[in-house]
Design a protein around this ligand. Structure first.
Ligand code: NAP
Length: 310
């Protein structure tokens, strides 16, 4: 007797953020070495206010990776109760210091500090997070500026997975200033047709099922499962959510990985997908910042309209 057993569904392949970010870091390291021949040594200042344990881990990882690629890093710490003026004064010093190319303020800041005031105090040409309104505006206009690290990293993952993105339909779930909006803008620049889904969207799963590319940046564990996906879709899971596991807390994405990979063609795991790309693009931005500052010093075309010492 022959048993008819249907084959298991083909599973999506993993998009390996660790391997791709290692390539980005190699590229940065090579360019840093080339700059050293011209006596240019890119430097990143990282400012941490308070002692938030998650922020401590993020800062430690950033400093470690910076060292690995030969970027000098300068750690500045202020106490949890530091005043907004103290933070702004430190930023003004770093803006004026020509040996500092990139300034990163680790978010979130303590509640008594106005995050927007701090972000906009950073000189746009040193704003390696790409959050300053000058860089946001430049991104929308398609000018070469410092672009937020996580969306830039996602674009690299997509290009390495899909090649040319032109004409593909991308759905971005989430519309935050740091991920969703810049992500949608970058996808549009890559000639995708882009839809943005958010908490007020009606029937988000149906909108998502129309997508060749789904980028999830929501902050809701396992919100997106196979029923949200078109067969063969490429899924980028930006979400980092800490949930209780059998052997303690563990990190999961916004996508239900086990379910989604039965329908998608490629998917980023969490951890090991988007996370390492964010740090790699922070360092790439530090390199770009030092190149932009060099161009300004040499009197070249100003891509950012404010003087370096401002
Ligand atoms: P956020 O500022 O909280 O924004 C979340 C977005 O999701 C909002 O636009 C919200 O819509 C939307 N949303 C919430 N519930 C929804 C639902 N049920 N259906 C559709 N949309 C919904 O978060 P974020 O800063 O963008 O971060 C998103 C996730 O990415 C978080 O897990 C964060 O930890 C992670 N993250 C990871 C990295 C990395 O390096 N891997 C970097 C940054 C962030 P409304 O605008 O309507 O409220």
């Amino acid at each position: 007797m022959t048993l008819l057993i249907s084959p298991p569904p083909a599973l999506a392949r993993d998009i390996d953020g660790k391997a791709i970010s290692a390539r980005v870091l190699d590229e940065v390291r090579e360019e840093v070495l080339a700059l050293a021949e011209e006596q240019i040594y890119p430097a990143l200042a990282v400012l941490l206010v308070g002692e938030d344990p998650a922020s401590e881990v993020y800062v430690r990882n950033k400093l470690l990776r910076a060292k690995e690629v030969g970027i000098r890093s300068l750690e500045h710490r202020l106490a949890e109760n530091a005043s907004q003026n103290e933070v702004l004064e430190l930023i003004a010093q770093l803006n004026a210091d020509a040996s500092v190319n990139g300034i990163l303020v680790q978010l979130p800041l303590p509640a008594h500090i106005d995050e927007q005031a701090v972000i906009h105090a950073i000189h746009p040409i040193k704003d390696v997070d790409g959050f300053h309104r000058e860089n946001v505006g430049g991104l929308v206009q398609g000018i070469e500026v410092l672009t937020p690290c996580t969306p830039s990293g996602c674009m690299r993952l997509l290009r390495e997975t899909c090649g040319d993105l032109s004409g593909l339909h991308a759905v971005v779930i989430g519309r935050s200033n740091i991920v969703g909006k810049p992500m949608a803008t970058l996808l549009l620049q890559a000639d995708c047709s882009v839809s943005v889904v958010h908490s007020r969207s009606v029937d988000a799963p149906t909108l998502c099922r129309m997508a060749d590319i789904v980028v999830a940046a929501v902050g809701r564990p396992h919100l997106i499962d196979a029923s949200w996906l078109k067969p063969g879709a490429v899924v980028i899971d930006v979400g980092i959510n800490r949930i209780a596991g059998e052997s303690g807390p563990r990190l999961v994405g916004d996508v239900d990985y086990a379910s989604a990979r039965t329908v998608a063609s490629a998917i980023t795991p969490v951890p090991g997908g988007v996370g390492p790309m964010t740090i790699a693009y922070l360092l790439k931005n530090t390199l770009i910042a030092s190149q932009l500052q060099r161009a300004v010093q040499l009197g070249g075309p100003q891509v950012v309209s404010v003087p370096v010492s401002g």
